[in-house]
Design a protein around this ligand. Structure first.
Ligand SMILES: Nc1ncnc2c1ncn2[C@@H]1O[C@H](COP(=O)(O)OP(=O)(O)O)[C@@H](O)[C@H]1O
Ligand SMILES: [Mg+2]
Length: 375
């Protein structure tokens, strides 16, 4: 096992910079996930670590060894890809033992190790089968088994679950996590799936356009995103972003005023007319009493209660999910659509007007130009 250190790695393809400024160190035995949208450079980083790609500049260490000029097969890493790439004419046992065979290890030892690996992946009853006699999930486990059997210093996994159907993906994800807990091999896992990142990682590296946006444990990334990209990429449904203008001691969101606390005002050093993007997660929005009742009540009292952290919206789509209901609702006279996540027994209808309460303690404020989080 080994730690993995990248120092200012850059990779250019002709004139196109695929990745740059890539610097991080993975301590021995940890499970790190590189996550980001398609094309952000995840595979390029992984392939560079594997030795399948050469860095244009920067230094790469596995353990204490500088490996920039060490060929892939001497780096002692094992890589698993999205397409399992098994040898079709070989049995499961032969596929798992292939890397060992290549290294001319004693056949008795190979047999033993293959059996151990197969057991830990629940493949021991399938050892004589050929790949085409296996399900997709089983094939992917064989590919993992082949990597594990080599007992590498580092595991590199590139979207290994993307080809599996939903149920199998969830199961295999949990197996993978358990396997890592047992083996403790340093693992770098690439995915575009934020759920995989949040559930598997000791640390998440969020990437966009070839650059690191943030590194942190899942809880930190979720609770304190560095910028709007990170904030909206992790979490499903994603964080709502509301363009707002500061005026009259509050934020105007498409004509509706949200009051803000003195603390916020002081921290942001607000000036009239400044514009921001506000961020609020779907689970931090609550539905007030139905609007009609609210208005009746306020009418009786002769004035409308000034509840200034509320927004009036119109329901567009309602998606019941059993335990919870997902509501998409639009702000009047605006293209902004809010995702709201409420308890499963709440079922408004399309066209209903709702008064929403935002939990202002959970409000994020982003610079509307750079996207950086400023609060
Ligand atoms: N061999 C290559 N030649 C030219 N451009 C490449 C090559 N490999 C990757 N790229 C480019 O580098 C960027 C990052 O690609 P990649 O690392 O595959 O992204 P990801 O795995 O995050 O989807 C993309 O813009 C891609 O088109
Ligand atoms: Mg990729």
């Amino acid at each position: 096992m080994a730690n993995v250190r990248l120092e200012d790695i850059k990779r250019k393809f002709n004139n196109v910079t695929a990745i740059e400024d890539i610097t991080f160190e993975i301590p021995d035995g940890e499970f790190w996930v590189l996550v980001g949208p398609s094309g952000c450079g995840k595979s390029t980083i992984l392939r560079t670590i594997a030795g399948l790609e050469t860095a244009t500049s920067g230094k790469l260490y596995i353990g204490d060894r500088l490996v920039n000029n060490i060929p892939a097969r001497q780096r002692d890493v094992a890589m698993v890809f999205q397409n399992y790439a098994l040898y079709p004419h070989m049995s499961v046992a032969q596929n798992i033992g292939f890397g060992l065979q290549m290294r001319k290890i004693d056949s008795k030892i190979i047999q033993e190790r293959v059996l151990n690996v197969a057991r830990s992946l629940s493949l021991d009853h399938l050892l004589d089968r050929k790949p085409k006699q296996l399900s997709g999930g089983q094939q992917q486990r064989v590919a993992l088994g082949r990597a594990i059997a080599r007992e590498p210093q580092v595991f590199l996994l590139d979207e290994p679950l993307s080809n599996l159907d939903a149920q199998l993906r969830d199961d295999t994800r949990a197996e993978l996590k358990q396997l890592h807990q047992e083996l403790g091999i340093t693992t770098i896992y690439v995915t575009h799936d934020q759920v995989e990142a949040l559930t598997l990682a000791d640390k998440i590296v969020v990437l966009n356009r070839g650059r690191i946006q943030q590194i942190g444990d899942p809880q930190t990334i979720y609770a304190s995103p560095a910028n709007q990209m990170v904030a909206t990429f992790l979490g499903s449904p994603p964080m709502n972003i509301l363009p707002a203008i500061y005026e009259n001691n509050g934020f105007y969101v498409s004509g509706q005023l949200l009051a803000i606390s003195a603390v916020v005002k002081e921290k942001l050093q607000l000036r009239q007319g400044d514009s921001f993007d506000l961020g609020i997660r779907p689970e931090h929005i609550f539905i007030n009493e139905p609007l009609s009742r609210l208005l009746e009540a306020s009418g009786r009292e002769g004035h409308q209660e000034a509840n200034e952290s509320q927004l009036i919206v119109e329901v567009k789509v309602v998606e019941p999910l059993g335990r919870e209901t997902l509501i998409r609702a639009g702000l009047p006279d605006s293209a902004v659509v809010l995702n709201i996540q409420v308890s499963g027994d709440v079922r408004p209808r399309p066209g209903d007007r709702l008064s929403l309460q935002l939990d202002l303690n959970q409000l994020f404020v982003f610079d509307s130009k750079t996207g950086d989080r400023i609060l």
